[in-house]
Design a binder for this molecule. Structure first.
Ligand code: ADE
Length: 418
């Protein structure tokens, strides 16, 4: 078995941390039990490009129990938990290619490493596998039957590829399942981003002007949690509906240039590039903190921050102090990479349980149905989504009501009115 990880001796610690996460992944555990018996992925090679975390370790194990050969690389150079990578290699027999802090060249070498055994299925978080395959060597991968995609940014890239008519195999947009984005994006990003900022800075959030750029599901969750910690939340948006929603949710809405003058902490979570730029850095107060929790490190224009600065030093882990030529200091967290995974551990297991249940069941679905699927981006089938919600409720010990026959009939009728 080939692998490239930081240190195999970290496996013992990784194994314990993976066990800890298992306490909160009951849905994935149920799927694991069924996969063990039914082996729905037998004979398939799955290349996964995911954040290498304790939660991902459980997904990789479930896929393996289902009969697949699993190859795993990181979906971000800073998100790998090296002890988890070591445990997956040593205790689970999974080929892992991921080292926290790897440079861009190593990151792409690791992507090539999981693609070189010619996988049948790709499982992406951000679409770097799909994009590499489509840009470099599409014909070499004609055996790929289907793929899955975890995150909003990846789904946007895939839809662009499909729109150009270039997508070479069907892909399920796991992100778009209700049991994914309503929970993982909102509650997962909300909590883990605050966790990352606090672990990196040890700053008090209460009383700060906390600027959230982007009010999608992740931005909503983050704003909610920052407010809960006592921050005065300011939202910057480009979408009128979302800006209106943020206003009615009780947040101040301002253009970034206005927010730049008063913010203490700035977080980008838009999925777009150069959201915080040169003109904004110049307006910021001394000692402003800037971070990103969107998928790629493109949301903050770091080049222009470098250009404005006369010096830079690492003042704490995950905190770079830039001293501008005008004497002002700006602190950039986690090199502009997603701070919840760079400085903290990503979303808690309780939400990843549902996200990764969607991944496992979508892999099973494509293994069964790929021949009927066109080269398009598909939704997770509704019955899978609803079933995951029902299993999660059951695992949480929450009971709900059922429609009576009379109610069912009423909902299916049109005759009865006022
Ligand atoms: N994305 C966000 N949080 C994550 C986690 N804990 N594991 C894997 N992917 C993630």
């Amino acid at each position: 078995m080939t692998y490239d990880i930081k240190d195999i001796n970290l496996a013992k610690r990784g194994k314990l941390r993976i066990e800890w996460a298992s306490n909160d992944m009951p849905v994935l555990k149920l799927i694991n039990e069924r996969f063990k018996k039914e082996k729905p992925l037998k004979g398939l090679k799955i290349a996964c490009c995911l954040h290498v975390t304790t939660e991902t370790a459980h997904l990789a194990q479930v896929l393996k129990e289902g009969g697949a050969e699993v190859l795993l690389c990181a979906s971000n150079p800073l998100s790998t938990q090296d002890d988890v990578a070591a445990s997956l290699v040593k205790n689970s027999g999974i080929s892992v290619f991921a080292i926290k802090g790897e440079d861009t060249k190593t990151y792409y070498n690791h992507i090539k490493a999981v693609l070189s055994p010619k996988p049948d299925i790709t499982m992406d978080d951000g679409a770097d596998l799909v994009s590499t395959i489509h840009q470099r060597s599409p014909s070499e991968h004609s055996n790929i039957i289907a793929g899955t995609e975890e995150t909003t940014t990846g789904v946007i890239r895939l839809r662009a590829l499909a729109k150009e008519g270039k997508l070479r195999y069907p892909i399920i947009a796991v992100n778009d399942a209700m049991t994914k984005h309503l929970f993982d994006n909102r509650y997962g990003t909300g909590q883990s981003t605050m966790d990352g900022i606090i672990r990196a800075t040890n700053k008090l959030i209460a009383g700060t002007n906390f600027v959230v750029c982007g009010y999608g599901w992740c931005g909503k969750g983050l704003s909610m949690r920052a407010k809960g910690l006592g921050a005065k939340v300011i939202v910057a948006e480009v979408n009128p509906l979302r800006a209106l929603e943020a206003t009615m949710d009780g947040f101040e809405v301002l253009p970034i240039s206005d927010a730049s003058k008063i913010g203490d902490i700035f977080i980008t979570v838009t999925g777009d590039i150069n959201v915080i730029r040169k003109e904004h850095f110049l307006l910021m107060k001394n000692a402003s903190i800037v971070a990103n929790t969107g998928h790629f490190n493109v949301e903050i224009d770091i080049n222009s921050l470098e250009g404005l600065s006369k010096s830079k030093r690492r003042i704490r882990d995950f905190v770079d102090e830039y001293t501008l030529k005008n004497g002002k200091r700006i602190f950039l967290l986690g090199e502009g990479r997603l701070i919840n995974l760079a400085a903290a551990e990503g979303h808690p297991a309780q939400v990843m349980d549902m996200s990764f249940a969607n991944q496992a069941l979508s892999a099973e679905y494509v293994a069964k149905n790929y021949k009927k699927m066109k080269n398009e981006v598909f939704k997770v089938p509704d019955d899978i989504d609803k079933n995951i919600a029902a299993l999660k409720l059951r695992a949480m010990g929450i009971k709900i009501d059922k429609l009576t026959k009379e109610q069912e009939k009423y909902l299916a009728s049109w005759e009865v009115g006022t």
